[in-house]
Structures are given as C-alpha cells and as structure tokens.
Design a protein around this ligand. Sequence first.
Ligand code: AKG
Length: 246
Amino acid sequence: MGIWFMSIMTQESCSFDTKMRLHVFFDSSGPLEFRAIDTVSMRAGKFRFSDHTSSLLPSPSEVFLLDGFLSPSISIELFEQVRSEVQWQTREISLFGKKVLQPRLVAWQGDSGCSYRYSGITWNPDPWSPAVQRIRGLVSDVTDFDFNGVLLNLYRDGRDSMGWHSDDETELGHNPVIASISLGASRRFLFRNRLDQKQKVEVDLKDGSLLIMAGPTQKLWQHSLPKSAKVGEARINLTFRRIVPV
Ligand SMILES: O=C(O)CCC(=O)C(=O)O
C-alpha cells in the first residue's frame, strides 16, 4: 500500500524559469493532501528557484533549502517505510590509516551498473525499494533532474554523525547536482569553505526538508553533520545523485 503522489502543473508564470506545481498525495482510500511546490528547474545547467528563494552559500555555489517539502504526515509514513525496507549496513572505512566503523548505518540504491566508490568502499547498487522510489519521483519531479542513485544514511541518534567531506568523486562528474531529503529528527548541517575553513554556514535540516547542492559547491565547500548530545531520535537522510560514465 503506502502513499502515492500525482504531480500537476497548475500554472506557467511569466518568468520562463519558474513553474508552479501541485503535488497531490493519496493512498488507497483517496486523496490525503495537496501541496503547492515552488519548483526548481534546470535550465542551461543552473538551478533556479522562484525569486524569494536564494542560495545559502555565496555565488557561484548553489545551495537551496526547501523546508516542508514533505508534510509531517507524509514524512512520518515515509520514515517508517524507508527504515524498514532498506538493507542497512555498517561498514568499516579507513580513517587516517585506521579501520573504523562508520558512525551511522548506510545503504546505496540505484539503477543497475551505477556503482559508487567513496571512503575506500565500492558500493554496488541495491535495487530501488518502493518508498525510496517514490521519494525519487518527487525529487526528480521538482528538480527536473534524473537521479540514478541514492546514498541513504540512518543516524540512530545524536551520537551518529558524518565528518567533513565534499561529494566530489569522479563518477559524480563536473559540478554534481545533489538533492538531499531529511526524515525524522532535525540535525545541524554545516558547510565550511575549503580555502578558508573558518568561514562556516550552518543550517538545520528539518523533517521533510529538501536541500539541493549544485554548481561548484563541492569544489568550493565541504559539509558535515556533527554529533549532538541533545538529539535522542533517529534521522534518515537520502542524497540523490547522478552517476555519470567516466
Ligand atoms: O545526513 C546528511 O544530511 C549528510 C549526508 C551527506 O553529507 C552525504 O551523504 O554526503
């Protein structure tokens, strides 16, 4: 069963780049909820949001945050489905020459052949699971971008984390577009400038939010999800990516 959605184009605005879409979520009993989405669209390799949404990082980096992309009721249902349907793994990574367990559970799903190598591990894709496929549909629809893989992270509580890194692996190509969905507990997410590490930008990634990183963001900035003693609840993050032939 679960939730399905339909996407309806309600209006073309006078601006060429901005479209208005309506997402209609429904389950087997009928429509559950309507949500108006300010779309982001890819034109000539650049993301554009409607006028009131500006980049969190200075130009030429492109980072956009849409809070409430999924409503609380949809997020709760998707959180439970994703948590139970994904084949979560704990993996060892090399850190400063030592083998350590990643401080979170991880999975990689994608189209056949879309392997992804990071932190010394090659991930062959698990097939798309139903709820993840549904979220992929929503994200592809709002971004007009065809993602062929997703890295899933399950942070069991505030002791789980992700260290500083950029998503700049060769197989993601030049200026990758990455769409990140958060479900569950809110967590702090930090950016730091690669040349001037004291320059930091912080955002809260809330339940149901969509964060998009595009342009040269990965070349110019690193990001991390620090530990937090205050967070007792779990969080799932899905970062949709496009693996390109190398
Ligand atoms: O959990 C997050 O929001 C961070 C995920 C992340 O940095 C990544 O997958 O590269």
